[in-house]
Design a protein around this ligand. Sequence first.
Ligand SMILES: Cc1cc2nc3c(=O)[nH]c(=O)nc-3n(C[C@H](O)[C@H](O)[C@H](O)COP(=O)(O)O)c2cc1C
Length: 334
Amino acid sequence: MKTAITEMFGIEHPIIQGGMHYVGFAELAAAVSNAGGLGIITGLTQRTPELLAKEIARCHDMTDKPFGVNLTFLPTFSAPPYPEYIAAIREGGIKIVETAGRSPEQYMPALKAAGIKVIHKCTSVRHSLKAEQIGCDAVSVDGFECGGHPGEDDMPNMILLPRAAEELKIPFVASGGMADARSLVAALALGAAGMNMGTRFIATKEAPVHDNVKQALVAATELDTRLVMRALRNTERVLKNKGVDRLIEIEREKGRSLKIEDIHNEVAGVYPKVMIDGEMDAGAWSCGMVVGLITDVPTVKELIDRIMADAERIIRDRLTGFLDAEDKATLKVA
Ligand SMILES: Cc1cc2nc3c(=O)[nH]c(=O)nc-3n(C[C@H](O)[C@H](O)[C@H](O)COP(=O)(O)O)c2cc1C
């Protein structure tokens, strides 16, 4: 399939694996890129720019296809050394960066000077337009369904994607709630040029996370995610577990006076406990509503091949089938 996104990033299929803390290691990124999608290493999971440089080198050893790096700009007082991370990205020969969180404006000159294509992930039309205006090459439009941070507008993709299509000149992919061929074809119909998946890629053989995480995703339904940290205007969609139940209880007690320190135990340092040690009740970790559509743990290649084959069937048979049926009905009437 050829779209503005496959052309821009030099990939075979319009499928991107979004950056994921403690999931987006070289193994997953390389598997996605080798399967014809765009794999992304999560920059800040590597604690230093030197470690990121090593992770990029590891990924180059596993694939000769294009892959990218995610840079998440966090609302934090002690910002990571972003210029050094960007230097590691540039020196690692990376040509695609997925930015997320705050606007990447401050870092655009450095990224563009290195010939890097920037796809900014954001949750609203206004932020997408801002990304376009500051020179981003593409946008990943992340709807309310998404795992991670859906923003504060609560706008689902059924509305957000066509609105983005009405306003944007640069290409965009649909992100949030994407799981299979149906998602891809729907995203294309709504104006996107591809899709970005997070949660679905965790339940794959190559995702370098504890098997408990994959089994939890297979077992969960679309009713099992929760929104936390609303009162802090840092809303995150997470998988319900005992730690999240505790967190929600604290949020109920504290109401609007909630401070990040109140929920420190339920949100800080949770990712390695969950992803490496498989402690599923450790606290809040991102997971999308799309978990309700995950019923197996295929290889990344099986997943991507299945999506592309089914997408072709949906377009050629199901969709054009409606038109053919109409043609036949018209003929009969005539
Ligand atoms: C476990 C997990 C960790 C994530 N970590 C990050 C991150 O560090 N930076 C980022 O930009 N997005 C992060 N995301 C968001 C994904 O890149 C992607 O935008 C999102 O998962 C899309 O929604 P979906 O889960 O419905 O596919 C994370 C998502 C998950 C599920």
